[in-house]
Design a binder for this molecule. Structure first.
Ligand SMILES: [Zn+2]
Ligand SMILES: [Zn+2]
Length: 273
């Protein structure tokens, strides 16, 4: 399985998952033109993508979804409430496939399992993506106010975890946001803090975990080095042997080859890459 984070943050999110000949885009929170540019940066032809799955109705996850579905002929997977909430982005010519929380969806050689999160969207989900042929498992959990028991259960046993580390609690308090926005971000239906991400990463740690990527960082209320330090400290106490990286907003990350990393069984390190 190969995973490329095309960008992550409040101005857009999209993750490309490739495995067993299937290419799946999770979220399309950039404009069609921006998505095309980011895919070109990682040498992926958009028409080679098999499907697009959208996690919730916020613009930073849906901005380019209608364009991508129409221009590249991608089947668009979304829940029914999200479809209704995003009606203005659709013109009726897209191929729509609806899914429901906790019901696995087969997309080519991949199985996507969506699970409900607490977040201030109409019907928000996080997902795991597995390839049954290899047993490789990716977990993507951003946009959640807290890690509920179903979330923690669903994310067990992942080889690659993309976890939200949205804000530092002190930087959020001192940020220039109006108090109502601070309350929303830091509330139980907002976004995970660095500290909450560290707790979740520590709970989900297991011997086969190869990579943790911190995602959806706030540009006003976080710092990549700080997020890395907080989660890295928690993982190093567990003798974590994989990598820890931080996803950015402006450019795609290097593709993460989970299959290769599993084979290598990397020595102890927690470095930005
Ligand atoms: Zn978001
Ligand atoms: Zn959101």
């Amino acid at each position: 399985m190969k995973v490329t984070i095309l960008g992550s943050g409040s101005r857009g999110n999209a993750i490309l998952v490739e495995s067993g000949g299937t290419r799946l885009l999770v979220d399309a929170g950039f404009s069609g033109r921006d998505l095309e540019r980011r895919l070109a940066d990682v040498q992926v032809d958009p028409s080679s993508i098999d499907a697009l799955l959208v996690t919730h109705d916020h613009g930073d996850h849906t901005r380019g979804m209608g364009v991508a579905a129409r221009r590249w002929g991608l089947p668009l997977y979304l829940t029914d409430p999200t479809r209704v909430a995003c009606a203005s982005l659709l013109d009726g010519t897209e191929t729509l496939r609806t899914y429901s929380s906790f019901q696995p969806v087969e997309i080519g050689s991949l199985v996507v399992t969506p699970f409900l999160t607490v977040h201030d969207a109409v019907d928000p989900v996080a997902v795991t993506v597995t390839e049954p042929a290899t047993g490789e498992k990716l977990g993507v959990a951003t946009d959640l106010g807290r890690a509920t028991a179903p979330v923690r259960h669903a994310l067990q046993g992942c080889h690659l975890l993309v976890l939200e580390a949205n804000h530092d609690e002190i930087l959020l308090r001192e940020s220039p946001y109006p108090w109502s926005v601070k309350a929303r971000i830091g509330g139980s239906h907002g976004h995970l803090s660095n500290r909450a991400a560290a707790e979740l990463a520590r709970e989900l740690h297991h011997d086969e975990l190869c990579v943790v990527v911190l995602a959806h960082l706030s540009e006003q209320a976080n710092d990549p080095g700080l997020a890395h330090d907080v989660v890295g400290a928690a993982l190093s106490r567990l003798r974590y042997r994989g990598s820890l990286a931080v996803a950015g907003q402006h450019a795609p990350m290097e593709p993460i080859d989970v299959t290769r990393l599993r084979a290598l069984r990397l020595p102890a390190q927690t470095s930005l890459f």
